[in-house]
Write a protein that binds this ligand. Structure first.
Ligand SMILES: Nc1ncnc2c1ncn2[C@@H]1O[C@H](COP(=O)(O)OP(=O)(O)O)[C@@H](O)[C@H]1O
Ligand SMILES: [Mg+2]
Length: 251
């Protein structure tokens, strides 16, 4: 009996002492930071690589809603590999990635890609023989979400990225690079994801167009509370973002 009481007292004291670091507080920290995605001790080794040959080792990055990030690194530092992990195309060999409080390990990754995150590529990856709005509507369909008035919604998204309604019915192969990237951004927004991931999105564009595209991403982060993550070599991009994460060569 006495023992039990002693234990209780010790436990009480411990709880008081430890409480500032307990989950409640951690949650407060997280919510004040508003983290949407956390990479926790993530490492990745390609299946054909040697035993200790990691493409990424012990990565810890947090990403918040409403902010724009650059992931920067020289060729071979694992930028593409990291994007594959964040976008759920590959799973971490060690560590984990938490999206909106849930580990990607426990999520349906097709659904995650089709609904929770938007992806923008360097080479736009649109279907060239379809119109701009058809490309956007295709992505709405893939999300499986019920979206009313898809064409009107597609036009609304195109206007948001600076494309007039008349572009909606134009085939993608008749659009300039900058216009195609705008369509690709509109497409990535078609199911209103919380996070947008872009792989060298301005790599094929001139400086002026690059700035215009970056302004769109900045607005999405700062005015629509999206988390925007851009993998890049461009100093222009790094000058625009809120946070830069550097990837270093493993070893
Ligand atoms: N499919 C693969 N199989 C084995 N190793 C790979 C594969 N893809 C990339 N790597 C290796 O992983 C490392 C990181 O590559 P990557 O993520 O493409 O870097 P980055 O995009 O920064 O140039 C490199 O050493 C590269 O050789
Ligand atoms: Mg790469």
């Amino acid at each position: 009996m006495a023992n039990k009481n002693n234990n209780d007292v010790t436990k009480d004291k411990l709880e008081k002492k430890v409480s500032p670091k307990k989950p409640k507080n951690k949650e407060q920290n997280n919510s004040s930071k508003d983290i949407i995605l956390s990479i926790k001790n993530a490492s990745y080794r390609y299946s054909d690589a040697e035993e200790n040959d990691y493409a990424l080792k012990d990565i810890n990055f947090d990403f918040e809603r409403g902010k724009m990030y650059a992931i920067r690194g020289r060729s071979g530092t694992g930028k593409t590999t990291l994007l594959s992990l964040i976008s759920g195309l590959e799973r971490c060999s060690e560590g984990q990635i938490i999206f909106d409080g849930k580990s990607l390990k426990d999520m349906n990754l097709d659904k995650y890609r089709n609904r929770d995150i938007g992806i923008v590529f360097q080479s736009y990856n649109l279907l060239p023989f379809m119109t701009a709005s058809e490309n956007i509507i295709l992505s709405m369909d893939a999300s499986g979400l019920k979206i009313k008035n898809k064409k009107a919604k597609a036009i609304e998204l195109m206007e948001k990225v600076g494309l007039k309604e008349t572009y909606a019915n134009r085939k993608v192969l008749r659009l300039s690079g900058g216009e195609q990237q705008r369509v690709a951004i509109a497409r990535s927004l078609s199911y209103n994801p919380k996070m947008i991931i872009a792989d060298e999105p301005t790599g094929n564009l001139d400086k002026q167009t690059e700035s215009e595209i970056l302004d769109i991403f900045k607005k999405l982060a700062h005015e629509e509370n999206k988390c925007v993550i851009i993998v890049t070599h461009s100093q222009n991009v790094c000058d625009m973002v809120d946070v830069i994460y550097d990837l270093k060569q493993v070893k």
